[in-house]
Structures are given as C-alpha cells and as structure tokens.
Design a protein around this ligand. Sequence first.
Ligand SMILES: [Zn+2]
Length: 54
Amino acid sequence: MLYRELLLSNVFCSQCRGAVEIVEYSGAMVKGDLILKGKCGTCGRNVARLVEGS
Ligand SMILES: [Zn+2]
C-alpha cells in the first residue's frame, strides 16, 4: 500500500519537468499492467503512468 502511494506521488509531468502527484486518476488494466490516467496535481495537465504487473 505504501508502494502504491509512492507511485501516485511520483508521476512525471512533461510540463512541470519533474515528478508530480497524480490526481483525479483512474486505472485501467492492459495486458496485465495497470495504467493510471489522471491529471498533474501541480499544473492540471493530463498525465499517465504505467504500473507494471509483476
Ligand atoms: Zn504538471
């Protein structure tokens, strides 16, 4: 659970040029991997993150 929270606060935003927190996200499973789509908590730009299934 802690690891999951770490992922959610470490999403790369191309506009902020760094790791940001993802907000208003939703997840989708694609071929065993979880893809999180949401918005940058800093600038509001759409961001996405792939969370690899193990
Ligand atoms: Zn941003």
